[in-house]
Design a protein around this ligand. Structure first.
Ligand code: NAD
Length: 323
């Protein structure tokens, strides 16, 4: 059965020629990392996302120890639409059992991912959380291996992901232009932390597409709160909790405000939100439509920004010491 798609803003992604939906579907929750998600719910959530115009889906073998890729694969197959109608990104180098950015492992990794996703190719293959590996190995071994996979048609474009922002300039300054097509940054373009802003002109000058993930700060900016494993400090957690409580007391949804804040910057190709229910998809898509029509609720935004001011751009350590 054909699924009628509604109109959602599509944005160019660097020099790739891809047109991705402003809201992208973060599939880590489908790996049950924020709480259990039943297969039927995962399929219905992806279906609703696609129906409402989301064409970009992000996963990794790491999410739920490969469960996210398997669930997303089933859900995309169930759409029964041409492969070219959706854009899929997965990752390599980070696994349940640890990190391995060797050429041999990433070559094996893409074949395993394609099998789980039931696809012949992915649109983007990212090196996942590169700050946990040697950045020099990423430059000299991993990215050249990914280039070969690109030539073989298993991945159309190459990306790098991670938390510290200086990893992106380190790698991009050392690879030939056009080698890395996109970067994925997370928890650095939201109401509590907008440090990515400073890097946008540099990324633009390199023609690199920008994916910004976790506008809800991996659950900090939600009424249900963050999962157990969330790495934020108690100070950051309690400031976000206060911001959530403030919105709730005004009858406002912090998720809408936080997502709209991230979406408002058009230099970002896609904002990846983790979603695990049809209701969340509908709420998040409505937030985009409302942003285009009414704009952001400036009064509540400035109140929330004031609450978060003491923790602005406060992050947490991630990765190994690089020499
Ligand atoms: P997020 O900030 O998008 O928050 C996700 C949480 O918010 C989940 O618990 C989800 O159920 C909840 N949520 C979403 N919409 C909601 C709504 N309307 N109301 C209430 N709750 C809502 O964090 P995330 O999922 O970690 O990030 C998004 C995606 O980005 C991930 O799924 C993943 O695909 C990608 N990502 C990649 C990296 C990386 O490569 N290193 C890191 C983080 C995220």
């Amino acid at each position: 059965m054909a699924i009628p798609q509604t109109k959602m803003e599509l944005r160019p992604m660097g020099n790739t020629g891809l047109k991705v939906s402003a809201v992208g579907f973060g599939a880590s929750p489908l790996g049950s990392v924020f709480g259990p998600v039943a297969e039927d719910d995962a399929i219905a959530t992806v279906r609703e996302a696609f129906r409402l115009g989301i064409n970009f889906f992000d996963t990794s073998p790491y999410y739920g120890a490969t469960l996210s890729e398997k669930m997303l694969g089933k859900a995309l197959k169930a759409l029964q639409v041409p492969r070219s109608d959706y854009i899929v990104a997965t990752k390599c180098g980070r696994y349940e059992e640890g990190f391995d950015f060797s050429a041999e492992r990433v070559r094996k990794s893409i074949d395993e991912s394609l099998e789980r996703l039931q696809l012949d190719y992915v649109d983007i293959l990212h090196c996942h959380d590169i700050e946990f590996g040697s950045l020099d190995q990423i430059v000299s071994e991993t990215i050249p291996a990914l280039q070969k996979l690109k030539q073989e048609g298993k991945a159309r474009f190459i990306g790098i992901t991670g938390l510290p922002l200086d990893i992106f300039t380190y790698v991009l300054d050392r690879v030939p232009p056009g080698t890395v097509d996109v970067i994925l940054s997370y928890c650095h373009y939201g109401v509590n932390d907008s440090a990515l802003l400073g890097l946008l002109p540099y990324l633009k000058s390199k023609g690199v597409g920008v994916i910004s993930a976790s506008p809800l700060a991996m659950g900090l900016l939600t009424e249900q709160g963050p999962p157990e494993w969330h790495p934020a400090s108690p100070e950051l957690k309690s400031a976000c909790k206060a911001a959530v409580a403030h919105c709730k007391s005004k009858g406002k949804k912090i998720t809408k405000l936080a997502l709209q804040y991230s979406l408002a910057n058009k230099e970002i190709s896609s904002v990846l939100v983790g979603m695990s229910s049809v209701l969340q998809v509908e709420e998040n898509v409505a937030a985009v439509t409302e942003l285009e029509g009414l704009g952001i609720d400036k009064e509540t935004l400035s109140e929330v920004e004031a609450i978060l001011e003491p923790v602005k751009n406060l992050t947490w350590p991630s990765g190994i010491h690089q020499n």
